[in-house]
Design a protein around this ligand. Structure first.
Ligand code: 5GP
Ligand code: ZN
Length: 114
């Protein structure tokens, strides 16, 4: 999608610190990290949010989640704990409207989230 920041990252028009990439997804470090590990995982196909993922594309969600788990293992935070966040639409705090999972870890998290 033309005006989408994360589509520009996928097309390498904007640089990002890429952690993982395959034919379907990209993972890269968040530009404004909220934890020692803060990685965003996105599908290469543009969907604005979870609300926009069609039923027939549901496999992309498990691929993103299991890759987040794999990266957590690689980053040595899997055992201690990590948080995966999927902000969806405005009241959640979603700011970039290309669906993305946040993988956060490396510090004690608090609950409830803000
Ligand atoms: P949201 O609030 O939409 O769930 O999260 C958007 C995330 O994208 C934020 O954590 C923000 O720091 C990150 N972000 C925004 N612009 C850029 C960018 O240009 N590069 C990278 N790597 N992350 C970005
Ligand atoms: Zn996009």
């Amino acid at each position: 999608m033309e005006d989408c920041l994360f589509c520009k990252i996928i097309k390498k028009k904007i640089p990002a610190s890429t952690v993982y990439e395959d034919e379907r997804i990209v993972a890269f470090n968040d530009i404004n990290p909220q934890a020692p590990v803060h990685i965003l995982l996105i599908p290469k196909e543009h969907y604005a949010s979870l609300n926009d993922i069609p039923e027939e594309k549901k496999d992309i969600l498990s691929h993103l989640l299991l890759k987040a788990r794999e990266i957590a293992r690689e980053k040595k935070i899997a055992g201690k704990g990590y948080r995966i966040v999927l902000n969806t639409a405005r009241e959640s705090g979603q700011e970039v409207f290309h669906i993305h999972f946040h993988l956060l870890g490396g510090r004690q998290m608090t609950w409830p989230p803000g």
